[in-house]
Each structure stands twice: as structure tokens, then as C-alpha cells.
Design a binder for this molecule. Structure first.
Ligand code: NAD
Ligand code: DAU
Length: 352
């Protein structure tokens, strides 16, 4: 008789990073039974997982992590031995418009998962793990110099980052108070295929293709540290299997770009791929009203994960951006499906 595979819950698996994590775990670890719990909000899309949806170790569970009864019921039924928690409201601009949605999912949802995990395993946490995926935005903003370390004090500036910071604190507190075996990782800006086009890189690619204005916030001199999503997934795999419990790991690309430099680069790469005259897309750049509370600069010190777990980013920015643009050009149907309906409404309201 087939031995029972280890049941692992991955939340938010129909989103951008989650779908890459699901694909990686389902394919690489047939000994795991992977359960994807996702509410399929505007950001969740099962098309992201088309290529693995028929795998026998993959199961989709539609549901909202802020629903206490549902979460408890699922833990009782499937007895998840490990959780990789990605489900979240993830867009800063939306958090400015509707902070409570971020409290409900990012804070309450995380606490529901922690409680359900605790109530199933409280008598024996041996071999169990609650892995919480978080963001570098919890550290606030940097000046011209310096890097975020694991020891940098939390100083979130947006409702999104405040909700993620709060969820990190709850995970850590459950570790101290209830001895829950947890790890947390805080990652910098990801990019790559399947990212929802409200985020900078896919938004710009989509607008370049459609010859629409490229809305750069403020003066464009804001800096982000970009990491190709599959390098994040590799870090998640390493942390899941090898991290010390009750530790935090920062993950970043050592790849800082000012937004305006990045948008210029996207324009030039896209012009080349689209056979447009060099400089055509740059003409679409439009400086628009700044984001309130806009963090000036993020940059990660990834020494700890490099030294303790042997992780390093493997995809260069040029290579990653090129692959990403190619993917968006080849997957126009995906873009059309995902940008219809609610998203159009959001776009009109936010950018007008
Ligand atoms: P995303 O917005 O693309 O996907 C979020 C997923 O969560 C969607 O599938 C959505 O349907 C699901 N979801 C939302 N609310 C839910 C709820 N109440 N119940 C169940 N499912 C729900 O997000 P992403 O960019 O893939 O980010 C995933 C995680 O990684 C988040 O926790 C985010 O904070 C973190 N993170 C993201 C980045 C980044 O650059 N994108 C960087 C660092 C950390
Ligand atoms: O650092 C990790 C975080 O990165 C994640 O936790 C978040 O989930 C993710 O959304 C991302 O947050 P940012 O706010 O940095 O990403 P966003 O793509 O929204 O914006 C990147 C930069 O580009 C930021 O300085 C704002 C700017 N921007 C963004 C948009 C959408 C523009 O100039 N114009 C735009 O239209």
C-alpha cells in the first residue's frame, strides 16, 4: 500500500509567487501532497497553474483564510504538517484605499492559520513547520546608503506593510508563547511571469505593448531591489528544508534600480523585441502624482541566507527582464483575461 504522503498547505498558491512555489514543490517533491488554499481574489488565477493542475499530488481548495470555521475544518480534515503561507493582499496602492481588507486577510487570516496549526499539533510539534512569507517593506525605508538586515527595527509606512509587520509579529509571538515551530523570510521586490499587472514591471510592459502612458510616480527616483521570482522560490525551498527554527531570513537580489532607470530599460528592451524604433516607448513615460508615504529605497543584506544556507540569486537582471518581457508578449490571452472587469475599474479610478 502506498505510504501516506506528507500533507503541506500552501496558501495563496493561485497568485504570482504562490503559483511558482506550488509548481516547484509539486514537481520536485512527489512525496509531498500539496494543498493550495486560495480565495481567488482579483489577484488569484487558476490559469497560473494549468500545467500542473492534473498532477496527483496537487489539490486545490477554494477558500478564504479569514474564515475561521473553514480554516479549522480544513486543518482537522487534512492535518497539514507544514504550512507555507503566502496568501495576502499584496498591493501597496490598494492598501491606501482599503486598509481593512489588508487587516482581514494579512492579520486575521494569518492568526486563523496559526490557531488552527496550534490546535492540531500543540501536543507534538516535532517535524512540523509554519513558514510565513513576508516582505522587506516591514523595515520601512532606507536613505541613500545602508541595507536591511534581519535585525533592522520594523518601521512600516503603508497599511500593507503595517499589516505584514503585524502578521510577522504574531508568528514570532506564537513561537515564543506556544512554541510553534516557525520561520519567516522577508524578501525584496519580485518580478517574472504571472505577476498581476498592477505591479510596476508588468504594468509597464502591458502599457508599452498597448501604447498607453507609462505612469511613473513622483520624480521616479525611488529605488527597489529586484529579484527574479524563481530565485525567491529556490530560497523558499532551502528555508523550508534547512532553516533553523524560529529564525528570520532576508532575501534580496543585490540589484538596486531607480524606477525611472528601470522603466527606461524596459522601454528599450521592449522596443527591440517589438521591432520599434529605439526611443519610441520612452515617449510614453508620464510623471504622475506620487504615492502617499512612498518608501524611498529598499535594499536587502542577504548575507545570512547566503552564509547559512548557501543561497545566491542566479538570474541576472538583464536575463530575467528579457525572459519576463518575452513571457508577457507570448501570453497576451492571460493578460486579457486577468485585466478585464474589476481591474479596468481599478485602473481607471487609480490613474485618472
Ligand atoms: P499576489 O497578490 O499575486 O497573490 C496573492 C494570492 O493570495 C492570490 O492568489 C489571492 O487570491 C490570494 N488571497 C488573497 N486574499 C486571500 C484570502 N483572504 N484567503 C485566501 N487567499 C487569498 O501576491 P504575491 O505578489 O504573489 O505575494 C505573495 C506573498 O509574498 C505575499 O504574502 C506578499 O506579501 C509576499 N511578498 C511579495 C513580494 C513581491 O514582490 N510580490 C515580495 C516579498 C514578499
Ligand atoms: O518589496 C517587496 C514588495 O514589493 C512586496 O511586499 C509587495 O507585495 C510588492 O507589491 C512590492 O511593493 P512595491 O510598492 O515596491 O511594488 P510596486 O510594483 O507597486 O511599485 C514599485 C515601485 O514603482 C514603487 O516605487 C512605486 C513605483 N510605481 C508603481 C506603480 C504601480 C510607479 O512609479 N508607477 C506605478 O504605476
Amino acid at each position: 500500500m502506498k505510504e501516506k504522503n506528507k500533507p503541506i498547505l500552501i496558501t495563496g498558491g493561485a497568485g504570482f509567487i504562490g503559483s511558482h512555489v506550488i509548481r516547484h514543490f509539486v514537481k520536485k517533491y512527489p512525496v509531498y501532497e500539496i494543498y493550495n488554499l486560495d480565495a481567488l481574489t482579483y489577484a488569484g488565477n487558476l490559469e497560473n497553474l494549468k500545467d500542473i493542475e492534473d498532477k496527483s499530488n496537487y489539490h486545490f481548495l477554494k477558500g478564504d483564510i479569514s474564515d475561521v470555521d473553514l480554516v479549522n475544518q480544513l486543518f482537522r480534515k487534512y492535518r497539514f504538517e507544514a504550512v507555507i503561507h503566502l496568501a495576502a493582499e499584496s498591493h501597496v496602492d490598494r492598501s491606501i484605499k482599503d486598509p481593512l481588507a489588508f487587516v482581514r486577510t494579512n492579520i486575521n487570516g494569518t492568526i486563523n492559520l496559526l490557531n488552527a496549526f496550534k490546535s492540531i499539533w500543540a501536543n507534538n510539534f516535532e517535524g512540523k513547520l509554519f513558514y510565513h512569507i513576508s516582505t522587506d517593506e516591514v523595515y520601512g525605508t532606507l536613505g541613500e546608503t545602508g541595507l536591511f538586515k534581519e535585525t533592522t527595527p520594523y518601521s512600516p509606512n503603508s497599511p500593507y506593510s503595517a499589516s505584514k509587520a503585524s502578521s510577522d509579529h504574531f508568528v514570532r509571538a506564537y513561537g515564543e508563547t506556544f512554541d510553534i515551530p516557525y520561520v519567516i523570510s522577508n524578501c525584496s521586490n519580485n518580478y517574472g511571469p504571472y505577476q498581476f499587472p498592477e505591479k510596476l514591471i508588468p504594468l509597464m510592459i502591458n502599457n508599452i505593448v498597448e501604447n498607453k502612458e507609462l505612469p511613473v510616480y513622483g520624480d521616479g527616483n525611488y529605488t527597489r531591489d529586484w529579484l527574479f521570482v524563481l530565485d525567491h522560490v529556490k530560497a523558499i525551498d532551502l528555508i523550508f528544508h534547512k532553516a533553523e527554527l524560529k529564525e528570520t531570513y532576508n532575501i534580496g537580489g543585490l540589484n538596486e534600480w531607480k524606477n525611472i532607470e528601470l522603466v527606461n530599460m524596459l522601454c528599450d528592451l521592449a522596443d527591440e523585441k517589438l521591432g520599434r524604433e529605439n526611443g519610441t516607448s520612452r515617449k510614453l513615460i508620464t510623471f504622475v502624482k506620487d504615492r502617499p508615504g512612498h518608501d524611498k529605497r529598499y535594499a536587502i543584506d542577504a548575507t545570512k541566507i547566503e552564509e547559512k544556507l548557501g543561497w545566491k540569486p542566479s538570474v541576472t537582471f538583464e536575463e530575467g527582464l528579457s525572459k519576463t518581457i518575452d513571457w508577457y508578449l507570448e501570453n497576451k490571452k492571460w493578460l486579457v483575461h486577468i485585466t478585464s472587469g474589476d481591474y479596468l475599474e481599478y485602473y481607471r479610478e487609480h490613474y485618472n
